[in-house]
Ligand binder design. Structure first.
Ligand code: SF4
Ligand code: SF4
Length: 233
């Protein structure tokens, strides 16, 4: 069995819903300090893993009525996301440690903490951009990764390693152009706008972050997105 197949099987056994690989070279256009080579100088590949959020746990969010108050629904949604991040980190660590035992270097970009640069609200490595390059989905107007099976109801973790692994092919789809953009109209602070043609999304992430300082969660732009062939509706 080749190394990629071994890693896919291992991730499935550990419970991952999505697995993809990007070439570290293809991520070298990320801003300085945020490229795989900046955290692991000999990076050759980045493995990206995803776990799906439960649909009922997402649909519990209210698009009306929660705008100005803290709701137990938001708290429950946040707790669910924290749990998924911990599960992802367990799977990501297991794969990274497996690669180490094989004699390779492996850096784990964790799901539960991004190493965020608060000046630009940018993680050490961008999980969603790596996921796009690893063929898991495309970026939507809500600024999130949209996957064909689960839409944006997915959380991610990644492992940069110095072993060559056959990369996957990025998708070439646009889910948003034929959509009525409920993500934009649902945003309580108008942080999202329809992007210019040369941009995947337009978000005022400072407005979004500010809104989130007064409540446990928002994610209405995630909840209302209709994409996802395997969602339980
Ligand atoms: S709601 Fe529509 S426009 Fe917004 S991210 Fe989803 S598919 Fe794209
Ligand atoms: S999380 Fe909420 S505030 Fe932030 S962009 Fe989405 S809908 Fe707007």
């Amino acid at each position: 069995m080749d190394r990629k197949t071994t890693l896919i099987r291992m991730s499935e056994r550990l419970g991952a819903d999505l697995f993809g690989v990007a070439s570290a070279n293809d991520l070298s256009n990320a801003p300085q300090g945020h490229r795989p080579a900046d955290v692991l100088p000999d990076s050759k590949s980045v493995i990206v893993l995803g776990l799906k959020m439960l649909d009922a746990q997402t649909d519990i969010l209210l698009t009306e009525g929660d705008y100005f108050g803290v709701s137990p629904r938001q708290g429950m949604f946040k707790g669910h996301n924290s749990f998924i991040s911990q599960e992802l980190d367990r799977i990501g660590y297991a794969l990274a440690r497996f690669l180490e035992k094989e004699g390779f270097k492996a850096y784990h970009q964790m799901a539960s903490t991004g190493g965020t640069d608060e000046r630009y609200l940018m993680g050490l490595l961008s999980l969603k951009h790596m996921a796009v390059q690893a063929g898991l989905g495309v970026l939507g107007y809500n600024s999130l990764l949209l996957t064909p099976k689960f839409g944006p109801r997915i959380r991610l973790t990644a492992i940069a390693t110095d072993v060559e692994i056959q990369p996957d092919t990025p998708m070439n789809e646009s889910f948003c152009r034929s959509c009525e953009n409920p993500c934009i109209s649902s945003c309580p602070v108008k942080a999202l706008q329809r992007p210019a043609d040369n941009r995947a999304y337009e978000i005022n992430k400072y407005a979004c972050r500010q809104y989130l300082t007064t409540r446990p969660a928002c994610s209405l732009c995630l909840k209302v997105c209709p994409i996802g062939s395997e969602r339980i509706r």
